[in-house]
Design a protein around this ligand. Structure first.
Ligand code: NG6
Ligand code: CA
Length: 507
């Protein structure tokens, strides 16, 4: 008895709780990848064998969501477990934007770190760095290392924004102090070449925005000079992140690890490595999907090689729905043909229609998740509470305020329930979607027409501020049934407004 008590005491001190499981966790988040962009979700114009293999070995969700239809708010919610609209300044982050997630915030990585995990983010960050701005030539802080990651290897924002350098832990990699990196939003000198002044020489022309500093033949959002030795080629991003991920996994294979692999594919500018260029008939957008699939295959191979596949849970997802023309002339519209980036859903990036946030969502844990398909509603925002439950960690009441413990549903357990409701937001305009069971309410406060081309279909309605759709009959949200279902509209409007003004929704 005494020996048992001693053992229990030792386990308690070591933070081990009974029933807790600590598999490695890899979250692979694609960028701007739509529900219909991969073959296991219905794409026929290209094949994504590695993503399909994950789906075949795990649970493929047909109602898997990200929280928002743009990048920054989805990533904010993934990491904090809180709806982004609850915090100001969580819209698309600019090149010199400060760290949006404040040090001390409970996050997915901080929970896992407490559970004894090694934690890293490799890939696109887009959640701001530094305070009040990133110190490109010195220590870049706060950043991922202040909110629970042990290691980071980042593209600071998006690759259509300046600068094209890696931030490794707290500094710009390979920066020569004699050639400082200067990033700004005003033109550095009269003769600084831009996408406007040197348009003829660009290797990929812009269609809207994206006409400032040129690097690697592509003009971007924002201006920069210097840091020449630190700059990368767009073509090499995916390879570098796979290489860095493999190194990090190998170095941390003896303990539980959490890797957030944040791919830049298939965000603009869509410049895949030369070996993928022209390999689909969908243009660069399709080629980048192949590159993304290759990354997934490489990471899976690494797990197999190291004998970790049965001890690693992979979550594959996207940060928002698809867009065709997002600022560069890359033939995404012209070569689309019958490819349906959002699958059967309406809208895409920037919208609160299903296409904005319903995404490919796959969980795989070999030997633990029984292969299958689930129609339960799950969201990237739920990973924080779910992995806390899995690893036996408790979360303070005021943290991860909208994250639900959906562990059983995420593990594909038969009969396990997903969410009964989910709020969907855009970049923060005040438009919302609310899915409750089979019903979807949209609140359209703003209807500005953006220059981005999200779909080749022109759909109208609803006529009022609110629209109601029944997803089982009408997954494409074509027919507004609000006038024939006034009670449901009333109930859901009250539910939506409550969710918006309340501080939290986590049970
Ligand atoms: C928009 C950009 C778009 C893309 C988006 C962020 C223009 C005209 N458009 O402002 O190209 O970068 O921001 O995308 O500049 S996200 O996936 O990171 O949210
Ligand atoms: Ca995105």
């Amino acid at each position: 008895m005494n020996r048992f008590l001693n053992l229990a005491f030792v386990l308690l001190l070591a933070g081990v709780s009974y029933g807790a499981e600590k598999p490695n966790i890899i979250v692979i988040m694609a960028d701007d990848l739509g529900y219909g962009d991969v073959s296991c979700y219905g794409a026929t114009r290209l094949q994504t064998p590695s993503i399909d293999k994950l789906a075949g070995e795990g649970t493929r969700f047909t109602s898997g969501y990200c929280s928002a239809s743009t990048c920054t708010p989805t990533r904010f919610s993934l990491l904090t477990g809180t709806y982004a609209f609850r915090q100001k300044g969580t819209g698309i982050a600019p090149p010199n934007g400060p760290a949006i997630i404040k040090p001390g915030t409970e996050t997915l990585p901080s929970i896992l770190k407490r559970a004894g995990y090694a934690t890293a983010v490799i890939g696109k960050w887009h959640l701001g760095l530094g305070e009040p701005a990133p110190n490109w030539n010195g220590e870049i802080k706060p950043g991922p290392l202040e909110i629970g990651f042990d290691h980071c290897y980042l593209l600071p924002t998006t690759n259509d924004r300046v600068p094209q350098v890696y931030v490794e832990d707290r500094s710009v990699k390979n920066l020569d102090p004699l050639d400082p990196l200067i990033v700004g939003d005003t033109k550095p000198s009269e003769n600084h070449p831009t996408g406007l002044t040197h348009r003829q020489a660009l290797k990929m022309d812009w269609s809207h925005g994206h006409n400032q500093t040129i690097h690697n033949g592509i003009s971007r959002i924002g201006f920069y000079t210097g840091g020449e030795k630190a700059r990368f080629r767009d073509e090499d991003l995916a390879d570098e992140w796979v290489k860095q991920s493999n190194l990090w996994i190998e170095a941390n294979k003896e303990r539980p690890f959490f890797l957030f692999f944040a791919s830049h594919d298939i965000h603009v500018p869509r410049i895949a490595h030369e070996r993928f260029q022209g390999k689909t008939n969908l243009g660069p957008r399709g080629d980048c999907i192949l590159q993304l699939d290759w990354c997934v295959g490489e990471l899976s191979n690494t797990l197999d090689r190291l004998g970790l596949a049965e001890n690693t849970m992979i979550v594959f997802c996207s940060d928002n729905g698809p867009v065709l023309d997002d600022g560069y002339k890359d033939d995404a519209v012209e070569k689309l043909g019958n490819h349906e980036p959002a699958g059967p859903f309406r809208g895409g990036k920037y919208s609160v229609w299903e296409g904005g946030t319903r995404i490919p969502f796959i969980t795989r844990w070999k030997g633990r998740i029984k292969p299958g398909v689930s129609d339960q509603v799950v969201c990237t925002i739920d990973l924080a509470a779910s992995v806390a439950a899995m690893t036996g960690q408790s979360i303070a009441q005021d943290a991860c305020r909208d994250s639900f413990d959906l562990l059983d549903a995420l593990l594909g357990k038969p009969g396990a329930m997903g969410r009964d409701h989910l709020l969907q937001q855009d970049n923060g305009s005040g438009n919302f979607g609310l899915r409750t069971g089979d019903w979807k309410l949209v609140k359209l406060k703003q209807r500005g027409k953006s220059q981005a081309v999200v779909s080749t279909q022109e759909l109208s309605g609803p006529t009022g501020q609110y629209g109601l759709y029944r997803l089982s009959d009408d997954p494409g949200e074509r027919t507004d049934v609000s006038t024939t279902n006034p009670k449901i509209v009333d109930q859901m409007t009250v539910q939506l407004e409550k969710l918006i003004v309340s501080e939290r929704s986590r049970p």
